[in-house]
Design a protein around this ligand. Structure first.
Ligand code: PEP
Ligand code: MN
Length: 362
């Protein structure tokens, strides 16, 4: 006969493999009633796979709500028993791991403020030696992929077998549309580094506000993420933490229903043929672009030689401003953003300067 624990372990395995994997629940566990009601309403939507709740909250300033602590763990256990939803909790210390395991939390996650600190990640990893539990690791607050990769490697080293990544965006200085800038190229690079590893998006902490959650979630689906972690609360406006970004379980269900789910592949003949023709075109164009850039650098070499012979500096600011202004205008007509033109020309210019430097120094 199966014990309750073994069937829960199987359910967790099933959920871990499910696409999309949807995790939701309050930013923080506040009261027993709040946890139970949130869990029940989430379960009733039929669209949520796991229940999240912060028990220990790393807050920026003292005096902010720092989490209910161990007292909240039995509430989560009860919510699991009532709804059948596996639970997940953020851990930042060895003691957190010990407490969470004591109360049968099913999946652990490492928060952004912990991933930045190798000492803390190692402490959590050491506490997980020989423990068979899936662990999710959020990106560090700062845009440093080595820290994120390093955290994953620390978990791998102690033998954690199921590791997943959560993209929650990166802190930026000053006001932007986002609470944490998504910098989508960074999670994409992580997908390349850790092929096949679960990657989910946390639109709540990227957006920081309700009105852009759906657009962020959709963007992550378009980029082939494996699931979502979204904060939900029975009374979002009065949440004890992150009130601006939480939504009700019912609003979550509506949002999940409105998202367009995409898969990475299809076996539809027509699509496959059309896509491969277009990709051929892209490959040719890329080849041509590279060949042209190569030619451009050969011209730069010649210019370098002339400048060297005549003792002229490599950089002439006026000439450079001139090139940029013309490129912005042309790019605009071609549907290329100013931001792209500026990054593209910076890269080309730098390479050109390097070429000329080499000539000058030879
Ligand atoms: C959270 O998930 O509530 C949280 C604290 O997130 P992060 O670690 O991404 O800031
Ligand atoms: Mn939060």
């Amino acid at each position: 006969m199966k014990t309750e624990t073994s069937t829960m372990k199987e359910l967790v395995q099933e959920k871990w493999a499910k696409r999309p994997l949807i995790i939701s629940g309050p930013c923080s566990a506040e009261t027993e009633e709040q946890v139970l009601e949130t869990a029940t309403r989430l379960a009733n939507t039929g669209k949520v796979d796991m229940l999240r709740a912060g028990i220990w909250k790393p807050r920026t300033k003292p005096g902010m709500f720092e989490g209910i602590g161990v007292k909240g763990l039995p509430w989560l256990l009860k919510a699991k028993q009532v709804t059948g939803l596996p639970t997940t909790v953020e851990v930042a210390t060895a003691k957190h791991v010990e407490d969470a395991l004591q109360f049968d939390v099913d999946v652990l996650w490492i928060g952004a403020r912990t991933t930045v600190n190798p000492f803390s990640v190692q402490e959590v990893a050491d506490a997980l030696r020989g423990v068979d539990i899936p662990v999710l690791i959020k990106n560090p607050i700062n845009a440093d992929l080595e820290l994120w990769s390093g955290g994953i490697e620390r978990l791998q080293k102690v033998g954690v077998k199921q590791i997943g990544m959560i993209h929650r965006g990166f802190a930026n200085y000053g006001n932007t549309e986002y609470r944490n800038a998504p910098m989508w190229h960074l999670p994409i690079e992580m997908k390349r580094r850790f092929p096949g590893m679960l990657l989910i998006c946390d639109p709540s902490h990227i957006g920081g506000r309700r009105d852009i959650l759906q657009a962020i979630a959709q963007q992550s689906i378009n980029l082939d993420f494996d699931g979502l972690m979204i904060e939900s609360h029975i009374d979002p406006d009065h949440a004890w933490s992150d009130a601006k970004q939480q939504i009700t379980p019912e609003r979550l269900a509506e949002m999940l229903g409105d998202l367009v789910w995409r898969s990475e592949n299809t076996d539809k003949e027509e699509f496959i043929t059309a896509l491969s023709t277009l990709r051929e075109q892209i490959n040719h164009i890329d080849d041509e672009l590279l060949a042209l850039i190569g030619q451009r650098m050969k011209v730069a070499d010649k210019i370098g030689q002339y400048k060297k012979d005549n003792n002229i500096t490599i950089l002439q600011t006026n000439r450079w401003n001139d090139i940029l202004e013309k490129a912005f205008a042309k790019g605009d007509k071609l549907g290329l953003s100013k931001d792209f033109i500026s990054k593209y020309f910076d890269a080309i210019h730098l390479e050109s300067i390097n070429h000329q430097n080499k000539v000058m120094n030879s």
